[in-house]
Design a protein around this ligand. Sequence first.
Ligand code: ARG
Length: 461
Amino acid sequence: AHLSLWGGRFAGGPADALAALSKSTPFDWRLARYDIAGSRAHARVLHRAGLLDDAELAGMLDALDRLDADVASGAFAPAPDDEDVHTALERGLIERAGAHLGGKLRAGRSRNDQIATLVRLYLRDSARDLAAGVLDVVDALVAQAAAHPDAVMPGRTHMQHAQPVLLAHHLLAHAWPLLRDVQRWVDWDVRAAVSPYGSGALAGSSLGLDPDAVAADLGFAAAVENSIDGTAARDVVAEFAFVAAMTGVDLSRLSEEVIVWATKEFGFVRLDDAYSTGSSIMPQKKNPDVAELARGKAGRLIGDLAGLLATLKGLPLAYNRDLQEDKEPVFDGVDTLELLLPAVAGMVATLTFDTERMAALAPQGFSLATDVAEWLVRQGVPFREAHEVAGACVRECEGQGKELWDLTDAELAAISSHLTPAVREVLTVEGSIASRDGHGGTAPVRVVEQLARAADRAGTL
Ligand code: ARG
């Protein structure tokens, strides 16, 4: 039998097509235990306001405990006629507490303030889990950096050889954005820690219920200042979706590099068998599927955010049913990252770097030309002229098909009288890297400090 929440005004039940369209239990059931937690807190404020006596409160809490246990075990689940998680749980409560007591819990609350609260409760827990998963990826990057303190590689801009850098410096350059993503979850939680419970449908409650008490009971820092805002706002949900998308994008940029590095042409890394896949037809293949799925799922996370923002953009205050569409995108973001993060962490932790090949490639493509120019500056040559001179060296080398360090003393002198043989001291990868020793630079002394700071940051977040 259809247990309607609004029987009085209506002569009949909804059309099948409306019921099917309206139903959200297939996706909002994951909020069930948060709904029950909210119901316990609500029962307590009803009691405090004198709307439930002591025995009624005890009976209500007992029925909610039994319902919670049945939800946890799967003994209680949504029925086909239940519209949403709230409807299903009201049915479950009435089955356990009886229609008289069970029917009292709905006083002073609306599904509008309930759902806004439950989504925040769920997302706050999810943010903590996801942040821990991101930190596992950071840990893997930090461990790889620590395991390769001296390894060098070609640093690139525009995908072209630019200047040599330490592998550890490059790996940590992926750790910092992920640390900022974790910080974003933490910052976000300040805004999420405000409870809409007590906003009612939109205008608040006339029953003397205390929203601050419910907020404290549910672990929130405060109750919302405005009941209309409490029921209508979803910026906290959208911001969560943004952090999920940003995390996905950061994982995708790391993954793109892994994909490129694993090619025959680069040959920088070998993927562990456990984190790569084969081909059904080509026996030799070893594919970077984890990295590719990370890149692909970043698109999906961006779509979740874009879809949610599009849902919100035209909505007048206060609650509109469109808001039911907030849940699937953000739940998809949680599920996607929960699958992705352990796989990416495992992939990174098990990469094997071909440090010899990276070292051989590091000085190629004239990546030491800037060092020549900066050496000239230290000899008193204006940078504008130094840049020209170093550029002329590159042109000479390209013409002859050789590298900068192959230029003879005579060739150097012919390019510029400032180019004495002493310039050779900067024509090594190690010399170049060691010279970039300002804060944040790639010099080994700085990268050791940076590594400690990244590990420290990961430990305190
Ligand atoms: N299931 C709805 C949602 O997810 C909450 C119910 C509010 N429905 C309503 N007709 N006021 O937003």
